[in-house]
Design a binder for this molecule. Structure first.
Ligand SMILES: Cc1cc2nc3c(=O)[nH]c(=O)nc-3n(C[C@H](O)[C@H](O)[C@H](O)COP(=O)(O)O)c2cc1C
Length: 308
């Protein structure tokens, strides 16, 4: 791997700043391994829940211009099996790995964290994007500063691993949520998760295309929104950001770096371009470094922060 791409994330050396995000290829050790072989510098497991989940009935994905809608329903093999896949991956690769966990409240997140402590993962990511659990005022977990604060604080109290809070864009102020996560001790943030949800209608069948009616939007159409939200959050927090949402080229990755992200996720672009996307984006970043005279990925400066 080219020297210029090497970077450091929370004290861990990465060969490339490209991240495999949660939910895309991260269900098995072989899916994780093949992403590393194709140039990912850090990989994330599928979000794991306490018990296995079969997810929603199909169709669970549908293409729209500029992206995909998905309503996978967090299908995953459950924590035990998921951690076994991670252990298998770690026997074969020294590449850093993020274990993603999903729960609906503080106690369950803590329980999953204790199990993740015994795993060979390098980082713990909390999928805090749950739209279906509400607080006493009817605010969904993802949009509740109080719940995000409480969950992150409880997890930080017991976690052996650095904690990354993954945030939803579907909130009034993502900066408020990011600040709550930071104040609770999160080591890093990951944004953005899917947007929406949205829907599509089959006019001949007169029914929604997705069996579950609604699905989260991902892919290239997300990029301008992801850039704006990352830039906004970067302007307010001190902890590093894993940026994602619609990235499919070296130029996109550099834009996101300039918006304030430290490392960059590539998810949906795999469906469009195959796994070679990681190596292609790595090469396009190298080309940019050479053309622009930057010494390394880390030397690319972010924009000036927004000031009130
Ligand atoms: C099929 C699919 C499954 C996903 N599953 C998860 C998941 O389990 N946990 C999670 O935090 N994010 C999940 N995501 C969101 C992605 O990790 C990422 O945040 C989002 O898709 C934006 O990046 P992209 O446009 O590069 O795909 C999923 C996305 C897709 C397309």
């Amino acid at each position: 791997m080219c020297k210029g791409l090497k970077t450091n994330f929370l004290g861990v050396e990465l060969a490339s700043p490209l991240v495999l995000p949660a939910g895309v290829m991260g269900m098995s050790y072989s899916g994780l391994k093949i992403c590393v072989e194709n140039g990912a510098g850090i990989v994330t497991s599928k979000s794991l829940t306490k018990l296995p989940r079969s997810g929603h009935e199909g169709p669970v994905m549908a293409e729209v211009p500029g992206g995909f809608l998905n309503c996978m329903g967090l299908c995953n093999p459950g924590l035990e099996e998921g951690l076994a896949e991670i252990a298998e991956f770690k026997k074969l690769s020294t590449t850093p790995l993020i274990v993603s966990i999903f729960a609906t409240g503080r106690e369950e997140f803590t329980e999953l964290t204790l199990a993740a402590n015994r795993s060979s993962a390098d980082f713990l990511e909390l999928n805090l994007s749950c739209p279906n659990v509400f607080d006493e005022f009817g605010i969904p977990l993802a949009a509740s500063r109080e719940q995000v604060f409480e969950i992150v604080r409880a997890v930080k109290e017991v976690s052996r691993l650095p904690v990354i809070a993954k945030l939803s864009p579907n909130v009034l102020s993502i900066t408020d949520i990011a600040l709550a996560a930071e104040a609770a001790g999160a080591d890093a943030l990951c944004l953005i998760n899917t947007l929406g949800p949205g829907m599509l209608i089959d006019i001949y069948a007169r029914k929604p295309v997705l069996y579950n009616r609604f699905g989260g939007l991902s892919g290239p159409c997300l990029k301008p929104i992801a850039l704006k939200l990352i830039y906004e959050v970067y302007s307010s927090v001190k902890i590093p950001i894993i940026g994602m949402g619609g990235i499919q080229s070296g130029q996109d990755a550099v834009e996101m770096k300039m918006a304030g992200a430290s490392v960059i996720g590539i998810g949906t672009a795999i469906y469009y371009h195959g796994l070679e996307i990681f190596n292609r984006v790595n090469q396009e970043i190298r080309d940019f470094l050479e053309e622009s005279g930057y010494e390394s990925w880390q030397a690319i400066p972010a924009l000036d922060k927004i000031r009130d």
